[in-house]
Design a protein around this ligand. Structure first.
Ligand code: PLP
Length: 392
């Protein structure tokens, strides 16, 4: 059986159209975009500026506000470590490690706000936190494990009112849901190409230029590229691919989101119809179309992932699942440890089909049934179902 990829939060394949746009920039058109004295450089620079426009258009920014980086990890580092004080950093317990660990390395107080059981930030809690001086609020747009979409526009409005810089890690949101840095009062925004069918190793930080102008300190010094905010020769092929991926996403987001959402809902419905003691983690309503995170009670988590064999899913984020520790994101939602271990993150995307969804439901049902058979804790079929035949 061909393996099935349902881990699009970890990474996505490069769209063939993106690869095609990239290829000439490795060989015939190899110039350094910073070479100002000849046509090789001018040509590369023109391609970079076109890509910058494509990236900016996806988030309704001005091209001059796009700082190209190596990916969302670097963008998060630049936003958080580069944001000058005074005041503390306010963030959220369910953030990506690139945000949490960057905050920890800054010599200032960091407040990590809790989330509600649905994974969303409590806005009154944020308002209260901002009664103390803060330099930066960092709240992710869409979560990489449970897919929930934070109330970004509301958070932006609160930050504007309090005069605090607002950063959002939008690696899981860009290209999946509409993002508008102006309408949402976002000051800093992290993007990653490989989460949206572009190449690995390139991304961007949006840095607002007016109302207000946000000032950052560079982390990487050198030739003064990217307005002095990120020195280093630009990887022109990757940048061109990132731009192409953004343009495709902008054009196809609506139809693709509808298609992926239908697949996600088919997956969720069939699981709930055929597998007992299954529950969705995090808000279902405020969620990116491709994400489904579910817990299966009375099964041993690692055995569940392993017994799925040829289905590529994850038990958490790609980085934390290597450690075989239960997800800190699910813990923050109040999911207990055995259940957090027995959770699966499905990440549906551009290449998935209905047939794949149905095959995954079948394999999952068999695996869960087998593991429950050997579980000393499994209490037998759910009573309500046995009595009424109600499902899900
Ligand atoms: C993938 C991801 C990152 C890291 O992005 P890279 O481009 O791989 O460095 C950061 N934040 C979130 C929310 C992500 O999903």
């Amino acid at each position: 059986m061909a393996p099935i990829y349902m881990d699009h939060h970890a990474t996505t394949p490069v769209d063939p159209r993106v690869l095609e746009a990239m290829l000439p920039w490795f060989t015939e058109k190899f110039g350094n975009a910073a070479s100002r004295t000849h046509a090789f450089g001018w040509e590369a620079s023109k391609a970079v500026e076109r890509a910058r426009e494509q990236v900016a258009a996806l988030i309704h920014a001005d091209p001059s506000e796009i700082v190209l980086t190596s990916g969302a990890t670097e963008s998060d580092n630049l936003a958080i470590k580069g944001c000058p004080g005074p005041g503390r950093i306010v963030t959220v317990v369910t953030e990506h490690k690139a945000v949490l660990d960057s905050g920890d390395s800054v010599k200032c107080e960091v407040l990590r706000l809790p989330v509600r059981p649905d994974g969303l930030l409590d806005l009154d809690g944020l308002r209260r936190a901002l009664d103390m001086p803060a330099r930066l609020v960092s709240v992710m747009f869409a979560n990489n494990e449970i897919g929930v979409i934070q109330p970004v526009a509301e958070i932006g409005a609160i930050c504007r009112e309090r005069g605090v810089v607002f950063h959002t890690d939008a690696a899981q949101a860009c290209g999946k849901v509409p993002v508008d840095v102006r309408a949402m009062d976002i000051h800093l925004l992290s993007m990653s190409a490989h989460k949206m069918y572009g190449p690995k190793g390139v991304g961007a930080l949006y840095v607002r230029k007016r109302d207000p102008r946000v000032r950052l300190t560079a982390l990487i010094d050198g030739g003064g590229h990217e307005n002095g905010l990120r020195s280093g020769t630009l990887p022109v092929p990757l940048v061109v691919g990132f731009g192409a991926a953004c343009e495709i996403a902008a054009r196809e987001m609506e139809s693709e989101s509808a298609r992926v959402l239908a697949l996600r809902e088919r997956l969720r419905r069939r699981i709930l119809e055929t597998i007992e003691y299954a529950a969705v983690n995090g808000s279902l309503e405020r969620r990116v179309p491709g994400n489904l995170n579910m817990s299966f009670a009375y099964v041993e988590g690692e055995s569940l992932i392993l017994s799925l064999g040829d289905v590529a899913v994850s038990s958490g984020s790609a980085c934390t699942s290597a450690k075989l520790e239960p997800s800190y994101v699910l813990h923050a939602l109040g999911v207990d440890e055995p259940l957090a271990r027995a959770s699966i993150r499905f990440g549906l995307g551009r290449g998935n089909t209905e047939e794949e969804v149905d095959r995954v439901v079948g394999l999952l049902g068999k695996a869960v049934a087998r593991l429950r058979e050997i579980s000393p804790l499994y209490p037998g079929p759910e009573k309500s179902r046995a009595n009424s035949g109600v499902s899900g």
